[in-house]
Write a protein that binds this ligand. Sequence first.
Ligand SMILES: [Ca+2]
Ligand SMILES: [Ca+2]
Ligand SMILES: [Ca+2]
Length: 149
Amino acid sequence: MTRTFGLSLAITLIAGTAGAAPHGFEAFVKQYDSNGDGIVSPLEFQQERDASFKETDTNRDGVISETEYVAEFTKRLDENMKRMRETQLKQAHIRFESIDSNADKRMSRDEYLASGWRMYGSHDSNSNGKLSGAGENSAVTANQPPAKK
Ligand SMILES: [Ca+2]
Ligand SMILES: [Ca+2]
Ligand SMILES: [Ca+2]
């Protein structure tokens, strides 16, 4: 669970900063289509790249140093992490409300355990009442590539 969360967090952060990730094509068009006609012309692309170069070259010496490049990336990364944190915290509140089934704003042990057993059941996709580490009855594991170091 923790590893899956960490992995998806990392992927989201990378996708969010790469600009042209497969599912980020719309965002790419939005970023570069300055006249809003739905088409990114070579001129629009060039102008946006020039603007971004100028913005990254903070000391205006006409080149981007490694420090400038990494600083620009750090800024975007921080923004993405901030957004991610806000989203995840909202989700935590939503999860709490969902687990607190009698809505008394307190999670009883029974409510906590019921939530855990729902998770157990969702992993036990072949419903044999057992979870094995081999992954044959875990829907989550089945959809994940093997963990790599
Ligand atoms: Ca355009
Ligand atoms: Ca510079
Ligand atoms: Ca409760």
